[in-house]
Structures are given as structure tokens and as C-alpha cells.
Design a binder for this molecule. Structure first.
Ligand SMILES: CCCCCCCC(=O)SCCNC(=O)CCNC(=O)[C@H](O)C(C)(C)COP(=O)(O)OP(=O)(O)OC[C@H]1O[C@@H](n2cnc3c(N)ncnc32)[C@H](O)[C@@H]1OP(=O)(O)O
Length: 198
């Protein structure tokens, strides 16, 4: 997590565009599986293919510091499939602004994004900002309010700001918009780690 590379990877090297394509394909698969009601033979076939996929990657499993997922700032959501695809367009040490699209994989119900998926987005936004150019901090609390449903398959705007810093405490806010409509917002406290805190 400490080393996030913003440099696009080189074709033919680990972390190159082939890696980004694999993550993109995984996102497509997640949405397709969530949204499908396949007959049993198709479920069995797809399950076998996915087991083969996991087997193909097994020889290349590495420790957290060496993994590519989560460390690729040139990819949406850092190439971390847990995160919805998030593109950061503006960033400095006081604010972040980006675009995000939730898809079928992030469905809560009745066409609305799952509240937990929105919270993951907010924790990511606030965590990125809380740690921008500063010593490492972790989320102490994150208080989220859902004002209206957050639609799927729609490009949304997300903005985070530093509200205030008090010693080790960094208070931040984040807001998610569908056009001009605020769908959800959050306030969070991040606390700078002391030496020895993991
Ligand atoms: C670049 C990558 C982006 C990804 C970002 C992802 C971010 C994350 O998700 S991090 C993972 C989730 N978070 C965690 O796992 C954190 C787990 N918790 C911890 O490690 C610790 O509790 C930690 C480090 C946050 C704080 O621990 P600790 O040093 O004991 O702090 P503590 O003494 O309790 O509190 C520090 C200050 O905050 C204050 N505080 C604590 N809780 C609250 C609260 N609920 N409300 C207001 N103030 C509070 C305390 O009063 C204290 O204030 P002061 O310094 O003025 O006395």
C-alpha cells in the first residue's frame, strides 16, 4: 500500500497493459456472474473455467508487497477488484476529485448500489487523501449517510476534502454525486500511526 505506481506498465513486463486487461476482464466476469441466471451445465462449465484460471495464477502468488493489484495507480481503483473502478482526475494534499461507476457486481437491490460498496469507495477516497504526502494514518471511524439511491452503470462524481487536522487526527469528508444530486456522503477520522502500530 505504501508504494503505488502511477507509471503505466511496460508491455511484456509484469504490471504491463496485459495486467490491466486481466483486471478489467475480472470486473466484467464479476458483473456477468452476478447478473446471470445460467442453466446448470453453463454454471458447471464456467466454474471449471474459473478453477483453471485460479490454477494458472497459483505458481505466481506473491507476498503483499510484491502483488500488482492495489499498487497500480494508472488503473481504475488501483487495479484492486474490491474497489469499484475509480478514476482520480484531481488530487493534491487537501482534496481529491474523481469519477466512479458501480455495476451489477455492486448491486444492493432495486437497481441501487450496495451501501457497503459505497462505504468501500469512501474509505478509499479518504484513505488516499489522509495519506497524501503525510505519515501513514488509518481509519478510526467512517460515518456514512445515504441520501438517495446510488444508481448502477452511471458515471458518478466523488469528491473528498480535508476538514481539519488536530495533531495525529485528520478529519475528512467525502461526497458522491449523480449529476447535481448528492447520493451519499461521509465524515471520517484518520489517526496517524505511532511507531510500531501496524
Ligand atoms: C493509499 C491507501 C488507501 C487505502 C485506505 C484504506 C484505509 C483503511 O481502511 S485502514 C483499515 C481500517 N482501519 C483500521 O484497521 C484501524 C484499526 N485501528 C487502529 O489501528 C488504531 O485504533 C488507530 C491507529 C486508528 C488509532 O489507535 P490509537 O493510537 O490507540 O489512537 P487513540 O489513542 O485511540 O486515538 C487517537 C486520538 O483520536 C481520538 N479518537 C479516537 N476515537 C475517536 C472518535 N470515535 N471520535 C473522536 N476522536 C476519537 C482520541 O481521543 C485521540 O485523541 P487525542 O490524540 O487528542 O488524545
Amino acid at each position: 500500500m505504501d508504494q503505488i505506481s502511477a507509471t503505466p506498465g511496460v508491455a511484456g513486463q509484469p504490471g504491463g497493459p496485459e495486467f490491466g486487461r486481466m483486471i478489467e476482464a475480472l470486473r466484467t466476469v464479476q458483473a456477468a456472474i452476478t447478473g446471470a441466471a445460467p442453466p446448470p451445465e453453463v454454471s458447471a462449465e464456467v466454474g471449471a473455467i474459473l478453477e483453471t484460471v485460479a490454477g494458472a495464477l497459483e505458481p505466481y502468488l506473491v507476498g503483499e508487497d510484491e502483488q500488482l493489484s492495489g499498487h497500480r495507480d494508472d488503473l481504475p481503483g488501483r487495479g484492486q477488484p474490491l474497489l469499484p473502478p475509480l478514476w482520480l482526475d484531481e488530487r493534491d494534499e487537501t482534496h481529491l476529485r474523481g469519477r466512479v461507476t458501480f455495476d451489477r457486481f455492486h448491486l444492493g437491490g432495486n437497481g441501487a448500489a450496495h451501501g457497503g460498496a459505497i462505504t468501500v469507495l469512501f474509505d478509499e477516497m479518504l484513505g488516499r487523501l489522509a495519506n497524501a504526502g503525510r505519515n501513514r494514518a488509518r481509519t478510526k471511524y467512517l460515518q456514512v449517510e445515504y441520501h438517495r439511491i446510488t444508481p448502477l452503470d452511471t458515471e458518478l462524481r466523488v469528491e473528498a476534502k480535508i476538514a481539519r487536522v488536530e495533531g495525529r487526527k485528520r478529519f475528512l469528508t467525502c461526497a458522491l454525486y449523480d449529476g447535481e444530486h448528492l447520493t451519499a456522503d461521509a465524515e471520517g477520522l484518520f489517526v496517524e500511526l505511532l511507531p510500531g502500530q501496524p
